[in-house]
Design a protein around this ligand. Structure first.
Ligand code: SF4
Length: 272
């Protein structure tokens, strides 16, 4: 970018030569160049797939020796096929920085990019995973990855992404939440560590069955104080960090309702 001081020198020089009118043209060109430089800068920020150390939850993992890269999409019933009315209304998508329109726009662009340019998406994802691993190593931490920050995509069924994740699985811990019970039962810990998210349409027997199988269930509670037990199952505090793979097996992961979820009446948020 050209500074005001540089323009001052240029103005003086052109004035001396009687060429003041040229300044207008130069300013116009500089404005256009600056505009495109800013646009490119903005697009580069928007098109980063992984957020690292920029959200309040995954950053808590740092103190435990983990560095998490998390991806945020714009949720919809297409990318969250098991979403319910309750979870859609109380989704974390609009919590924290999610209320800002540029953040929403970035999530939308990222989603469109992943869905419409799968090859380029997988390539960029791999580049960002490699740099996440390097960054974690430098900080003497273990790299973690969550691709479904605000989505519920079956990445194991995407051959391009699956091959990227498999290639780097030894240097990464991959974990996520899902509402897809069949996927969690079939895939849990094979490549991705899953915690199932409870919702208003889930039967209590299903919760018990999952927990017995060793798959924890995350439940959003309305009260400020989490209960010790729910459905007779021990509740642990899931807000201490987001490292779900570290949780004791056979537990309910209690999360306190945040943002819009506090007003939920669908049953997605539990009163206990
Ligand atoms: S499935 Fe998860 S990410 Fe999708 S709308 Fe529901 S809470 Fe949000």
């Amino acid at each position: 970018m050209i500074s005001e001081a540089s323009f001052g020198v240029l103005r003086f020089f052109l004035h001396k030569k009687g060429l003041d009118y040229k300044l207008y043209k130069i300013k116009k060109v500089v404005f256009v160049v600056d505009y495109f430089a800013e646009m490119i800068k903005l697009m580069m920020i928007i098109m980063k797939l992984l957020s690292i150390e920029s959200d309040s939850k995954t950053v808590k993992g740092n103190q435990f020796g983990f560095l998490t890269g998390i991806q945020y999409f714009k949720p919809s019933f297409k990318i969250c096929p098991h979403a319910t009315k309750g979870c859609m209304a109380g989704c974390l998508n609009t919590a924290g920085r999610g209320i800002m329109s540029n953040v929403q726009q970035a999530r939308h662009n990222r989603t469109v990019f992943a869905l419409t340019r799968p090859k380029e998406y997988a390539q960029q994802l791999e580049e960002e995973i490699v740099s996440l691993i390097k960054k974690a190593k430098k900080q003497d931490k273990k790299a973690c990855l969550r691709l479904n920050g605000t989505s519920d995509i079956d990445w194991e069924s995407n051959p391009l992404v699956y091959s990227v994740l498999s290639k780097h699985k030894k240097s990464l811990i991959i974990y996520d939440y899902t509402k897809d019970i069949d996927r969690a039962k079939k895939q849990h810990k094979k490549l991705i560590h899953y915690t199932v998210s409870y919702h208003e349409n889930m039967k209590k027997e299903t919760v018990k069955e999952l927990v017995t199988m060793g798959i924890n269930v995350a439940v959003v509670f309305r009260n400020a104080e989490l209960p010790d037990k729910w459905l007779g199952i021990k509740v642990i505090n899931g807000d201490k960090h987001d490292l779900r793979f570290k949780d004791t097996k056979g537990c309910i992961v209690g999360l306190k309702a945040k943002g819009k979820a506090k007003k939920d009446k669908s049953g997605f948020v539990v009163d206990a």
